[in-house]
Design a protein around this ligand. Structure first.
Ligand SMILES: C[S@@+](CC[C@H](N)C(=O)[O-])C[C@H]1O[C@@H](n2cnc3c(N)ncnc32)[C@H](O)[C@@H]1O
Length: 312
């Protein structure tokens, strides 16, 4: 936290978006007219969950950052229908959203073993080691798009070591597209609220004094990095103090703090990343407008070409 706030530009980790209020706001964001990501990915899963389960055969599903698992119910339902008794482990940092995931997933699936794991991706994955048989790791909602290079590198290294050759990774991503469509998704009332709520979460967790009335929000597409970026910008100069961390810093008027990145992928760039970590592309499913993709990879016996010294 302190390190990222000392960078230029200063940044906070997107993990702070997801306390109880932040998770509720994310659910509201998914209902925003301009936020196409949730509906589009849901429509891909509604149409293709059965094919995905045909391609992989029976598996135990492990989801990284399940949120309320609303979309995952479609996937899990297809596995139960095609293969009978199925295990689904949901990992999320936020315990309140995992309760909702359990309610959603258990409401209409009788042949299901459900495991809710409160933890980070890495600590959660360690707890799934006891699952036997073929595994399907799942990451939806373009969650991998929120990770910086080093974080994505850590995640892909831990996933490839948590899986065995032949196991699968199903990943939902947002595809690069017309700038106006992407910028509209992150410039609405709920997007603004989620960002201010992240500052409030930092205040609560670290006894901070971010004054929400002294910031404005902005989100725009950074073409050279192929990512949307959101910021809060100081409208007055101020000193922020995080008492629990014994850390304070000065913000000049106009200075920006990056709150989140949302990477936008092409299918070939996505393939390239996963291949570097020992996965082989199996199949991509997209919507008719090519807004989002749900992509299946399989861990091969090719050695990982990336190590912690050389991130993606
Ligand atoms: C963008 S939301 C996606 C939720 C859901 N998968 C969807 O597609 O609607 C990201 C989810 O990952 C969780 N999360 C974020 N960072 C995490 C981390 N480092 N470890 C575990 N969970 C995390 C959040 O609490 C949140 O529920």
């Amino acid at each position: 936290m302190v390190t990222s706030l000392c960078e230029s530009p200063r940044a906070i980790n997107s993990i702070y978006f997801y306390d109880e209020i932040g998770s509720e706001l994310f659910e509201r964001l998914c209902e925003e007219e301009t936020y196409y990501l949730f509906r589009t990915e849901k429509s891909i899963l509604a149409k293709h969950a059965q094919s995905i389960s045909d391609v992989t055969g029976p598996v135990s599903l492990i989801e990284l950052g399940s949120g309320n698992a609303e979309k995952t119910t479609l996937l899990v339902g297809a596995y139960v229908k095609a293969h009978g008794q199925t295990t689904y482990a949901a990992i999320d940092i936020n315990h309140s959203i995992l309760k909702r995931a359990a309610e959603n997933i258990l409401s209409d699936a009788s042949d299901l073993g459900f495991l809710g794991i409160v933890g980070t991706y890495q600590t959660g994955l360690l707890q799934t080691k006891k699952l036997t048989g073929r595994k399907l790791l799942v990451s939806l909602g373009s969650t991998i798009g929120n990770l910086y290079d080093g974080e994505l590198n850590n995640l892909l290294l831990s996933t490839s070591s948590a899986l065995s050759v032949g196991d699968y990774f199903l990943v939902g991503v947002d595809l690069d597209k017309e700038t106006g469509i992407m910028e509209a998704a992150y410039n609405n009332q709920t997007a603004i609220l989620t960002n201010f709520s992240a500052l409030q979460h930092v205040n609560q967790r670290f006894k901070g004094n971010f004054d929400l009335f002294r910031f404005r929000y902005m989100a725009f597409y950074n073409q050279s990095m192929s990512r949307m970026e959101s910021y809060v910008q100081a409208v007055q100069e101020q000193t922020v103090n995080l008492r629990k961390l014994n850390f304070s810093f000065h913000l000049a008027k106009g200075e920006m703090i990056r709150t989140e990145i949302m990477r936008k992928f092409t299918l070939s760039a996505l393939n390239e990343i996963f291949v570097a970590y020992g996965f082989r592309p199996v199949q991509h499913w997209t919507d008719p407008e090519n807004r989002c993709a749900v992509s299946l990879f399989q861990l091969s016996d090719e050695p990982t070409k990336v190590d912690s010294e050389r991130p993606v």
